[in-house]
Write a protein that binds this ligand. Structure first.
Ligand code: FMN
Length: 346
């Protein structure tokens, strides 16, 4: 979840008995190393690192400014116009960082190298298949998990070597597919032999209990952790989550070019009104970054333009609490619900 899931949130989740996962996609390799070190200062327990993976990693010296040149002029002008109308000071200039062809324009190969060097025990690949890095993580003794949105993808990533499948239904926050969680889970459970982790619309013990009863090994939670004290987003964003209802999140391609469930704002609405086709990755994210600054998701981001990812479970979020409380309550409530429950004989 990008800088939202930084060392404080990840360590709090791991210390409370969960498995925290750092969202490192938008970070430089040096930043990835720094957040891993910081997390180790805050917890002795296992944690993971998540990257949105490109289809393949190529090191060809491509710079972000080279990618920017492939963005159609109409899109560049539209982004600049919207930014000006919204009073956003555009960073301007050219960006000479190498992209490494990551889906978001950051250097995925160097990020992977750092995660391997640091001996992080769990790697999570979002969007693309982790197939081309699986062997290296296995040689390093790490577990590889892969986020999928449909059964075909689940089968494919397991074939590519993933040890665990995280099946995320469309109601989940962030990048998301088309199939609802309740329909997705039994089909993925039937299709793969590896452990399945349920994701999308799980925010309390009821969701955890339901996933376990269905046969999943665990749950993967995004939206509920956004409204925690440790989440790396601004106070106004947390307030917005508390105020939101189940139908508030919508799907927008404005930030990344791919379907992303979020709370709409002036930026997403203006893009929708412009009726331009979203660009493929990494063009749309690079356009967003060059126009708004780094993702406009940093702590203290700007109201109206900062990305507010959220899933439909957001209506359940009534307060901002410590992350450990979310983990403990979820486990305690699910345990109480499952007390006396007997799974059917195999
Ligand atoms: C703001 C936001 C950013 C996200 N970024 C990532 C990411 O970088 N990598 C990833 O694997 N999943 C990402 N996700 C998806 C979550 O990991 C998770 O699959 C999803 O939030 C689960 O559904 P839920 O929101 O209903 O709990 C993001 C979700 C949100 C809300």
């Amino acid at each position: 979840m990008g800088p939202i899931a930084g060392p404080e949130l990840v360590a709090a989740v791991s210390n409370a008995g969960g498995l925290g996962v750092l969202g490192c996609t938008s970070m430089s390799p040096e930043q990835v190393r720094t957040v891993i070190h910081r997390t180790r200062e805050l917890t002795d327990r296992p944690f993971g690192v998540d990257l949105i993976l490109p289809a393949l990693i190529e090191q060809d010296g491509t710079k972000i400014s080279d990618v920017a040149e492939r963005i159609p002029i109409e899109h560049r002008e539209t982004a600049a116009r919207i930014a000006t109308e919204l009073g956003v000071e555009q960073p301007g200039g050219s960006d000479n960082r190498e992209t490494g062809r990551n889906a978001l324009g950051t250097d995925a190969e160097a990020q992977v190298q750092v995660i391997l060097e640091e001996g992080v025990p769990v790697f999570v690949g979002a969007l693309g298949s982790p197939g081309f890095v699986v062997d290296r993580f296995h040689e390093a003794g790490a577990v590889v998990m892969s986020v999928v949105g449909n059964t075909k993808q689940a089968v494919s990533v397991v074939k590519d070597g993933a040890d665990v499948v995280i099946a995320q239904g469309t109601e989940g926050g962030g990048h998301t597919g088309h199939v609802g969680t309740l329909a997705l889970l039994p089909q993925v459970l039937d299709a793969v032999e590896v452990p399945v982790v349920a994701a999308g619309g799980i925010g309390d013990g009821r969701g955890l209990a339901a996933a376990l009863v269905m046969g999943c090994e665990a749950v993967w939670v995004g939206t509920r952790f956004l409204a925690t004290e440790e989440a790396g987003i601004a106070g106004w964003q947390k307030d917005g989550l508390v105020d939101a209802a189940d139908q508030s999140p919508v799907i927008s391609r404005a930030y990344t070019g791919k379907r992303f469930r979020l709370l709409p704002n002036q930026w997403t609405k203006a893009w929708e009104a412009a009726e331009l086709d979203p660009l493929p990755m990494p063009l749309q994210p690079v356009l967003t970054e060059l126009t708004l600054g780094p993702w406009a998701t940093d702590r203290g981001g700007k109201e109206g333009i900062s990305m507010n990812g959220a899933g439909n479970i957001v209506g359940l979020v009534k307060d901002v609490v410590p992350a450990a409380e979310v983990v403990r309550e979820m486990i305690a409530d699910a345990t109480a619900r499952l007390d006396g429950f007997r799974p059917p004989a195999a």
